[in-house]
Design a protein around this ligand. Structure first.
Ligand SMILES: Cc1cc2nc3c(=O)[nH]c(=O)nc-3n(C[C@H](O)[C@H](O)[C@H](O)COP(=O)(O)OP(=O)(O)OC[C@H]3O[C@@H](n4cnc5c(N)ncnc54)[C@H](O)[C@@H]3O)c2cc1C
Length: 417
């Protein structure tokens, strides 16, 4: 008998969600993480509507709602030229979308949150524990155990071995399960590098998340996301292939410094204070390139499966969605042939059905967003015409409508609005 039904490598939102969904169904789950919780993770800390739906499925949305966070009420965009638009997230939109999808009403109607990952991830990790997963903290996994072509367990850095019917790799961008199974693929056209830093006391911090396509930062973007108590998550990110381009290398730290000095922000940062030790960089595997996400005895979830939205940089929602789909599939096959490569194939299919169209659209938007003239044009049209601003807000928020944003017809029509 194996030690566990399922071993989950990585206790971030993807791994902890997978462990929580599976434990709640009664499976024996071992959840391994190299760190101990609560722990920080470099991120913009934006928890989108997709994540909110998964938190509802796990019945832990109330805990996130009550944790220190700020409810994002809208978004501000600025163009390289310096025009700005502010778009509210309509309060009742979340309820409207839920109804459209035939889902139950929820008492929590906030469209999303900005919640520090130190807080957010701990809520999901502790939920997995509460549902019965056995947590192994400060236990890095270095290797997989194999029987022929089947993964049968994991080996820790200190040499201990644990066996399982299924191993789920949710160890983030450098997940050992993705690397050991050959799924890992570092293509600089499909990976972003980003830096995050916390600041206290930035002037004019509202309830909006701010995304600035500054001249000095493009083809990346600069963000300011408000947190609780006047704190903000600030950062900059860029495609790895653009960081090293045409023989020269851009330095993200320099770009960040330039952003603070930009005429739009100089005054806002003048009296603000950087939270010591909070500047940290990390990498984002984007969902614009597919990688294998299952095999004999293993599945990948979240960043390990490369599912981050290429336009917005959001990965938590797709990570938790993949965890839900992986848990459902294991439940279907555990007593019905087991987690063989063939039996797990529907996981990959369902994951693509759920995410691929939106990821493709976002990839096209990411490429269009590298054209300064286009950003200048769209933001200035929207800044001067509230109807255009509202249309774009609806399109960004609704995955069915988002695709229209990649059609040149839409931009041609904007000329006449
Ligand atoms: C700067 C930045 C800004 C971002 N902003 C946003 C945002 O605002 N909103 C959003 O939705 N997404 C954002 N993302 C993406 C988001 O952070 C990821 O998509 C998300 O963390 C994926 O969750 P995960 O559980 O798959 O992986 P992770 O959160 O990376 O969790 C992986 C876990 O695995 C553990 N682990 C790693 N290796 C091992 C090992 N060998 N053994 C055991 N454990 C291991 C780690 O300790 C970690 O706890 C951002 C990313 C970056 C870098």
């Amino acid at each position: 008998m194996p030690d566990y039904d399922v071993i989950v490598v990585g206790g971030g939102p993807s791994g902890s969600s997978a462990a929580a969904f599976l434990s709640r169904k009664g499976y024996d789950v071992g959840l391994f993480d190299k760190e101990s919780f609560p722990r920080d993770k470099p991120c913009g800390d934006a928890i989108s509507g997709k994540s909110v739906r998964m938190l509802e499925k796990l019945d832990i949305i109330g805990q996130v709602d009550e944790a220190p966070n700020s409810a994002a009420r809208g978004v501000v965009f600025s163009s390289p030229k310096g025009d700005e638009i502010q778009i509210d997230f309509p309060e009742n939109k979340a309820a409207e979308w839920r109804k459209k999808r035939g889902e139950d009403a929820s008492p929590y109607t906030k469209p999303g949150y900005v919640c520090r990952r130190e807080v957010f991830d701990n809520v999901v990790f502790q939920a997995a524990r509460k549902f019965g997963a056995e947590a192994h903290e400060e236990t890095p996994i270095n290797d997989l155990l194999w029987e022929g072509e089947k993964v049968t367990g994991v080996k820790t850095a200190s040499g201990d071995e644990y066996t399982a019917d299924l191993v789920i790799g949710a160890g983030g961008a450098l997940c050992p399960v993705a690397r050991e199974t050959g799924a890992y693929d570092r293509d600089p056209d499909h990976w972003v590098a980003a830096i995050r830093v916390y600041w206290d006391g930035i002037k004019d911090l509202g309830d909006d998340i701010e995304i600035h396509f500054l001249d000095s930062v493009i083809p990346g973007y600069f963000w300011i996301f408000p947190l609780e108590d006047g704190r903000a998550n600030v950062g900059v990110g860029m495609l790895e292939s653009k960081i090293k381009e045409d023989g020269h290398e851009r330095d993200l730290k320099d770009l960040l410094e330039k952003a603070y000095e930009h005429r739009l922000f100089k005054d806002r940062f003048a009296d603000a204070e950087k939270v010591e030790g909070s500047q940290r960089g990390w990498i984002l595997p984007l969902g614009s390139k597919k990688r294998p996400v299952h095999g004999n005895g293993w599945m990948l979830c979240g960043d390990a499966a490369s599912l981050i939205d290429p336009f917005t940089g959001e990965g938590i929602g797709n990570g938790m969605t993949s965890a839900h789909l992986a848990a459902e599939r294991y439940d279907e096959v555990s007593d019905n042939g087991g987690p063989t490569r063939e039996n797990l194939a529907p996981y990959e299919q369902r994951l693509r059905d759920e995410t691929w169209d939106e990821l493709k659209t976002s990839h096209r938007l990411q490429k269009m967003g590298q054209h300064k003239w286009l950003l200048n044009f769209v933001v200035s049209r929207a800044a001067n015409n509230p109807h255009v601003a509202e249309t774009i807000s609806d399109m960004l928020a609704d995955r069915d409508k988002k695709e229209e944003l990649t059609s040149w017809w839409f931009y041609l029509k904007l000329l006449f609005k």
